[in-house]
Ligand binder design. Sequence first.
Ligand code: FE2
Length: 390
Amino acid sequence: MSPDSVSPERAEELSGILEELEAMNEEAMANNIWIRTKWNSASQKPWHTHDSEPPTIAEHGLPLENAKAVPYIWKWDYFSDYLYKLAELCPLELTERQSILLTNPAFSTGYKVTNTIRIAISIYKKGDDAVPHMHTPNASRTILSDGGGYTYVEGERFPANRGDLILTPNGTWHAHGNDDDTPVIWADTLDWPLMDFLGLIWVRNDHENAKMNDAPEQGFSTKFFGNGGMLPRFKGPSRGIGKKQTEMFYYAGADIATALKDLRDMDGDPHEGIIMEFVNPANGRPLFPSLAYKAQLLRPGEETLEYRHTANSVYSVLEGQGVTTVDGTELDWSQSDFFVAPSHLWRKHKNTGKEDAILYSYSDSPIIDCIGHYNAQGKTKAGSVIELED
Ligand SMILES: [Fe+2]
């Protein structure tokens, strides 16, 4: 029963009682006690009723420990100014790692775009040479600039060209730098907030112990793991000390675009267009146990049907322009913008440009699936809701 389902007189009495309870609660909270009443228990709406709205908390409900992310877009034209200022103002000895962090306005604290994902945008100018370190959070680089710069992962060197995806999984030594005249800019995607919540953050900076010398040559990842449908059945070098994450550390942006464009004449998925997932070649699972990576192509004029799932998705715009509507909020995107479609909210994409659009996305769906909470739904053309596998 809620206070609204009784007569106006009784509602007034109840309202007075609730006020008293709230006053008492305020006093109790100062002593680390929360008084639970019949009306202030959590009232989350269930996912499985098909037409349910996103979860909400009833009036006088127990507060959530963590705010939920809201739909938001970070425009390249805006945030890139800060990067160039960083590069211009900082002397070389201070520019080993320079980045800005995208923060979701839903959170009063924490440098995060969702409760699980951090996105930093980094810039490295000529001469920058960040010494190796390793840490528990899984991380990746999505390269935004056209060229220049490099990353080493467990000693393997990777170039950094626009659209490249470079993985630095949990427990791998990695180093970054740039010896090119133009600055290199990339987006770092990390599961840092999730690891932080779980009490699992550690970082090693004893780079003298980094294994960087007897490492495989450039191109090893692609040679060893990149033959689609074929896996070496002999042991390769041991790389990193983490568990259950991919050892394929590099995808070239040009190859990603080609893979998508080769499929562009097919129907694709009605909710996602031409979409492909980056997978751990050893087992077909997501790249990290905590994060799934996908790339999708939307053809000019293509408009997807509405979709939602019980996971957060952050998008990076590699090519083209369009609009993604998330829970009624229109996010107009173009090259190198980032936007977030939070868990549970309906969303649909539209390519409003004359060229193909390519989006990369980073989602916390694997961890949600692992704990048995992953659900996905889509709408048909007629507007009815259907359950989806993914
Ligand atoms: Fe790092």
